[in-house]
Design a protein around this ligand. Structure first.
Ligand SMILES: *Cc1c(COP(=O)(O)O)cnc(C)c1O
Length: 403
């Protein structure tokens, strides 16, 4: 008998759960796209987005998913033949590198595997050796959504500074923004990108490129920029129509307005602390499960883990079975393993991911770990006992966690 009827819960690492307030804000007739409320709507959204990224720089808004933001940032800054350095800690840096290749940019990938963060010392060595300053940027994933590794941008900024290297520091914050603490300006990040459908709680379809004056200089020196991706009209145009390179994404903007109100109403510090605490609820359960049986967190060191997504292995075939079980029997959709294939598990069926980003609270996370516990029992996957008690303890006594 299935117990899935009721409100479904999408706990994949994006798209995330959409708040009712966001959906309701989108339920409106079509507005005038040239004048009137749309103008003030956009004027209000821009500074509130910058408050999420913690930047005084610019933000360009694109009608695109995260891949679009990847390409937009690259298209503005680089020309064919330009070199970029890409430290990789999972799947997503490779995705960005591939977009670069498509534009004739030459990426140098530095591979750190799926279990260790970027070693800034190695990046510094490579930068110091590049005395001709051919490397135009260091591009990395703040959180790699496949491995769930969180890379601290600060040591990378320090590496650039120590090497006296002018390359830009560019962060893919698609999985992390509005989940993990991030201060674009204070941490010395020159370009940051994100999408609407993860921490920002809006349906997929908008993405954002934040950039500072150093990035603007590189853009100005670029001999040719695709008209559509060009961020200049998207930050300087007076008319909303030009600002979006055509018709604006009206209803996504309505949703985004509601989401920004929710985030700033709660306060970014509280949003980060909530994610940090709810991540600990998930980890408490996962760490207990992993005490016996096959279940393993991809990262044993809590300090390396994202607060938005947790990647796990549970034995060949079991990840796939567990995801099917929780969806069919309990209305909980978990994320599939990504980029974790091994020789003995070429299709990565032994892995799964729990998305815990965006619009979620204690009862949702406790519900998710409770359903996973039920799935492990139903499928007779050996696991450590007492996971729910441990998870509840975090909720009962949420320490003031450092985010
Ligand atoms: C989700 C994600 C992407 C891709 O975003 P799409 O909207 O699917 O194109 C890129 N990078 C990271 C880190 C992500 O989490």
């Amino acid at each position: 008998m299935s117990l899935a009827h009721g409100r479904p819960y999408l706990a994949i690492p994006g798209p995330s759960v959409m708040p009712d307030a966001v959906l309701q804000a989108m339920h409106q007739p079509a507005p005038n796209i040239y004048e009137g409320d749309i103008v003030t709507l956009v004027e209000g959204i821009v500074p509130d987005l910058k408050r999420v990224a913690r930047t005084e720089g610019e933000v360009a808004i694109y009608i695109a998913n995260g891949h679009g933001a990847w390409e937009a940032a690259l298209s503005n800054l680089f020309k064919p033949g330009d070199r970029v350095l890409i430290p990789a800690t999972g799947r997503f840096a490779h995705g960005w590198a591939d977009m670069a290749v498509g534009l004739g940019i030459v990426p140098q990938i530095v591979e750190f595997g799926t279990k260790s963060p970027i070693d800034a010392a190695r990046i510094e060595e490579i930068l110091a050796a590049d005395t001709a300053h051919e490397i135009k940027a260091v591009m990395f994933s703040h959180v790699d959504t496949a491995s769930s590794i969180r890379n601290d941008p600060r040591p990378l900024r320090a590496a650039l500074d120590a090497a006296g290297h002018p390359a830009l520091l560019m962060a893919d914050c698609i999985a992390s923004m509005a989940c993990d603490e991030f201060h674009m300006d204070a941490w010395g990040v020159d370009v940051a990108i994100t999408g609407s459908q993860k921490g920002l709680m809006v349906p997929p379809g908008l993405s954002f490129v934040f950039f500072n004056d150093r990035a603007k200089e590189l853009r100005a020196a670029n001999p040719r920029v695709s008209r559509y991706w060009d961020w200049v009209p998207r930050t300087e145009a007076q008319a909303v129509y030009q600002y979006f390179g055509g018709t604006s994404p009206t209803h996504h903007l309505f949703g985004l307005r509601a989401a920004l109100d929710m985030l700033h109403g709660e306060g970014m510090e509280h949003v980060w602390a909530r994610h940090a605490t709810l991540a600990r609820v998930v980890w408490a359960a996962c760490e207990r499960w992993s005490e016996a049986g096959a279940l393993k967190l991809n990262l044993s060191d809590r300090g390396l883990r994202s607060h938005a997504v947790t990647a796990l292995g549970v034995g060949v075939g079991n990840g796939q079975k567990l995801r099917a079980w929780t969806a069919e029997n309990a209305g909980l959709t978990l994320g599939l393993g990504l980029g974790m294939a091994t020789e003995e598990d070429p299709n990565g069926t032994g892995f799964f991911r729990i998305g815990h980003m965006g619009h979620l609270n204690a009862h949702m996370v406790l519900g998710a770990v409770g359903v996973i516990e039920a799935g492990l029992q139903a499928l007779q996957i050996p696991h450590g006992k007492g996971a729910l008690e441990k998870a509840a303890e975090v909720v009962a006594q949420p320490e003031a966690v450092a985010f």
